[in-house]
Design a protein around this ligand. Structure first.
Ligand SMILES: [Zn+2]
Ligand SMILES: [Zn+2]
Length: 339
């Protein structure tokens, strides 16, 4: 808070000098403009300062049961990065803590059909990026990796094994690879599908995928409450892949809970793919929202994001063994095998 406070003091000082000065009018006006700019910079910087939300009580319920098949497995496929800093992702993060935000897909292998959670950057990511608005491109630089489709093809993966692409949400960096999987259903809920269809630049890439022939398949949250979320969709009915609604970042954002089979005496690893509920794990574990600017521009309903953030923190407090996977946290993906 030191730098924002200093800037506000400097701004007030400049305004005082301008008010008292007997210099020519244009020089005084220039001083006032400078004071206003320094004040705005101070106020904006203050929105990046740590301000943790009140800690929730640990989640009181028990861990839902799951019977994942023994030959189930998970892999991650890195497809590129954007160059950011911790400050960009959560309040209290440092501007000097440079972080490459992962753009990744996760492949969940399941005998009843594999599922790709998001796609990361696809083959046409350059064109997709160009379709984003100028203000976004001005603050975003990225590096391409190998698209998920090419990584799978190179390993001789049989695409027929893919049941679908399960989206955490429909933003460009999560759907860019959809056109590379023509014929593979894209699994979305009705709310997110409406969000895609309604238009707007936020889902222009998802719509392009649809126009290119991607088949959107709707699922419903017919299951009961799951870890405090009001409803759920158990993809295979065995508790291994369970989707819950977590609206806020986009209207139909979801969290995907994946439970792997137990190995020996140790119970199966559990992952929570939280999408962009938080861009880095600290958003949840330190209960730090995105800074005001990112929240205002990036989330359709910031209070709803806050609620889901606290719910996930309550779950993490009760079940610290669960691995939180924010969609852009490379450290989280490093906790699963690479394809
Ligand atoms: Zn997003
Ligand atoms: Zn994202």
């Amino acid at each position: 808070m030191l730098i924002p406070t200093l800037l506000v003091i400097v701004a007030l000082g400049l305004a005082f000098v301008a008010a008292k000065s007997r210099a020519r009018r244009w020089k005084r006006a220039l001083l006032f403009v400078l004071a206003a700019s320094v004040l705005l910079a101070g106020l904006l910087l203050s929105t990046f300062v740590a301000s943790p939300l009140p800690a929730p009580a640990p989640f009181a319920g028990s861990m839902p049961t799951a019977s994942p098949p023994s030959d189930m497995a998970i892999f991650y496929l890195p497809t590129g990065v954007t160059h950011r800093s911790a400050a960009f992702a959560y309040r209290g993060g440092s501007f000097f803590d440079k972080r490459d935000f992962s753009m990744a897909a996760a492949l969940v292998r399941h005998p009843r059909g594999d599922v790709l959670i998001d796609t990361g950057f696809g083959r046409d990511v350059d064109a997709h990026f160009k379709s984003m608005p100028f203000f976004f491109r001005a603050v975003t630089s990225y590096a391409k990796g190998v698209p998920a489709a090419d990584q799978l093809d190179a390993a001789g993966y049989d695409r027929k094994k893919l049941r679908g692409i399960l989206l955490t949400h429909a933003h460009w960096d999560h759907v860019s690879g959809v056109p590379d999987f023509s014929g593979t259903p894209v699994l979305v809920n009705a709310v997110e599908r409406k969000f895609i269809d309604e238009g707007g630049f936020l889902t222009v890439v998802a719509r392009a995928g649809k126009d290119a022939g991607a088949r959107f398949e709707e699922y419903e949250f017919r299951g009961g409450p799951y870890l405090g979320f009001p409803s759920s969709h158990d993809l295979y009915g065995d508790g291994s892949i369970v989707v819950v609604p977590a609206p806020g970042h986009t209207p139909g954002s979801v969290i995907v809970f994946v439970t792997l089979p137990a190995i020996g005496a140790s119970s199966g690893t559990r992952y929570a793919f939280v999408g962009d509920l938080a861009w880095q794990t600290e958003g949840i574990t330190e209960r730090e929202e995105r800074p005001w600017l990112q929240r205002t521009l990036g989330d359709v309903d910031p209070p709803a994001v806050r609620d889901a953030l606290l719910q996930m923190d309550a779950i993490a407090l009760q079940f610290p063994e669960m691995i939180l996977v924010p969609a852009h946290d490379a450290r989280a993906f490093a906790r699963m095998p690479k394809w």
